[in-house]
Design a protein around this ligand. Structure first.
Ligand SMILES: [Zn+2]
Length: 293
């Protein structure tokens, strides 16, 4: 396509393939090819710039769909493709022998790019992304953001209705439970506690946000069907973890001060055997969502 005699590069699939082949020829010509590589644009993503995956003995490299926009410098595309190619070279999703144990550990990507003369460009792309990406996303994905906020709002309303049903545990229950556990097991930090309105991707029964000192409890637990020991275990776990760090060897003896060994085992079994299905059922009943694994 041209405009007043100047070629306009529309970043379509063909353009992407050309760009990638150029990159391969210039910087990766020594690489023995494993699985054939298929390139495509993925979704308009906020955080993920590129990915490589394996399907039917093909390596599939996906690029953030937003990179097709002319305001994103071409070097961002090159840097992202180069990053995914390094995974390929290192034997991830390529059928080639593994060269590193973990894809990103120990600056594996940067070292490989440096060897190939690509590190300066890669660093520049990181600088550009750091400086411009959140504004770019904000400007070009207002629709996604609005839809996301709307979903979150309707979710939280549905969960409020769930929590307001008869015989549900309420916030007062959580606070009393927490106070009771803290009386048996004093902690330097007294955490806050809240129900959280989960979406289908939220799988955590509970989680702790350290900068607000808040334990968040999945709203599905409010039902009387959930055994008491689940709360002792989950809240006790966080109290112990805040005090002693994440080592189970330290958390377990702390938990034994607030609950029996049998109940600890029941709680662990409930977590792995009952929770996944129970969560899906409640999620479906409350929000109407079927998806989620
Ligand atoms: Zn990566």
């Amino acid at each position: 396509m041209t405009f007043e005699g100047v070629p306009i590069h529309v970043r379509d699939q063909d353009w992407l393939v050309d760009r990638f082949n150029m990159l391969l020829k210039t910087y990766f010509s020594d690489v023995r090819m494993g699985y054939p590589i298929v390139l495509s644009y993925g979704i308009r993503a906020q955080r993920r710039f590129g990915s490589i995956s394996e399907r039917n003995r093909q390596a599939i490299i996906r690029l953030n769909a937003l990179f097709a926009h002319p305001d994103v410098p071409e070097m961002i595309i090159d840097a992202t493709l180069a990053h995914e190619m390094v995974h390929y070279v290192h034997g991830f999703c390529s059928g080639l022998p593994r060269k590193v144990k973990f894809p990103h550990a120990d600056r594996a990507i940067e070292k490989e790019l440096e060897k190939r003369g690509l590190l300066v460009m890669y660093d520049e792309s990181e600088v550009w992304l750091k400086k411009n990406w959140s504004d770019f996303y904000e400007t070009h994905c207002k629709d996604l953001k609005a839809a996301k906020e709307e979903r979150a709002e309707s979710h939280s309303m549905l969960w409020q209705m769930w929590l307001a049903m008869p015989n549900m545990r309420d916030l007062n229950y959580l606070n009393c439970k927490l106070a009771h556990l803290l009386s048996k097991f004093p902690s330097p930090i007294v955490p806050n506690i809240e129900w959280y309105p989960a979406n289908p991707r939220h799988q955590a029964i509970t989680y702790y946000q350290s900068h607000t000192h808040t334990i968040y409890v999945h709203s599905a637990l409010a039902s009387a069907k959930v055994p008491e020991y689940v709360f002792d275990f989950e809240l006790g776990y966080w109290i112990a973890r805040i005090k002693y760090g994440s080592s189970w060897n330290k958390i377990r003896p702390a938990l034994l001060q607030i609950m029996s060994e049998a109940d600890i085992n029941h709680a662990i079994a409930w977590r792995s055997n009952t929770w996944p299905n129970y969560r899906r059922q409640v999620m479906k009943a409350v929000t109407g969502y079927k998806r989620s694994k």
